[in-house]
Design a protein around this ligand. Structure first.
Ligand code: ADP
Ligand code: MG
Ligand code: ZN
Length: 182
């Protein structure tokens, strides 16, 4: 049998990691063999664990390049990948190979960067996926559903790791209002 690819996307604080952890836990209850990877760049909370903003955590393996995932995934039925936006373009091929081998691949990642551009390999991953879930955070200005990661810190770097001190979730209206004030 073949597997499939699931993508969980959305802004920061939208609950992507929480949702990834929820799906992984349920696979574990079903006695499936599960392994989780994350890009080595993401060390905000822990060197190896995948941790959500509310401090929910599961063990994971940090890898530098997407291609390293293939040999490490051999013995597992369900593969979780967090912060997928930080991986190189080869992640798409890697995920398709894993799914072709019969594995369930669950990816979570930011669909847009703080400038509202598609983030890294996420568009291609979403195109390859059988299932896509887009989550929303709560807008920190007005309380409506938020789809943007608004950067409050002054830095133009595409990758600026951080959370409450550097970013907040904003809806379209409040994102635009913030940009107009800058
Ligand atoms: P993501 O991986 O998408 O960044 P997480 O799963 O790590 O999100 O965190 C989701 C959690 O973040 C929520 O359950 C909540 O406790 C917390 N949180 C903080 N700020 C917000 C916000 N503006 N909207 C929604 N949740 C928020
Ligand atoms: Mg996350
Ligand atoms: Zn708003």
């Amino acid at each position: 049998h073949t597997g499939w690819i699931e993508v969980v996307c959305g802004s920061m604080f939208s609950g992507k990691t929480e949702e990834l952890i929820r799906r992984i836990r349920r696979a574990e209850y079903a006695k499936q063999k599960v392994k989780i990877f994350k890009p080595a760049i993401d060390v905000r909370y822990d060197e190896s664990d995948v941790v959500s903003h509310n401090k929910n955590a599961v063990e994971s393996t940090p890898v530098q390049h997407a291609i390293e995932i293939l040999p490490l995934a051999t013995d597992f039925e369900v593969i979780g990948i967090d912060e997928a936006q930080f991986f190189d373009e080869q992640i798409v091929e890697v995920c398709n190979t894993l799914a072709d081998q019969g594995k369930r691949v669950i990816l979570s990642g930011l669909d847009m960067d703080f400038q509202r551009n598609p983030f890294g390999p996420m568009p291609a991953l979403m195109a390859s996926a059988e299932y896509i879930t887009k989550l929303h955070a709560v807008c920190m200005s007005c309380g409506e559903p938020a789809q943007y990661s608004y950067r409050t810190a002054a830095s133009e770097d595409k990758v600026l790791l951080g959370e409450q001190e550097a970013y907040e979730a904003r809806c379209r209206k409040c994102y635009l209002e913030g940009e107009a004030e800058k």
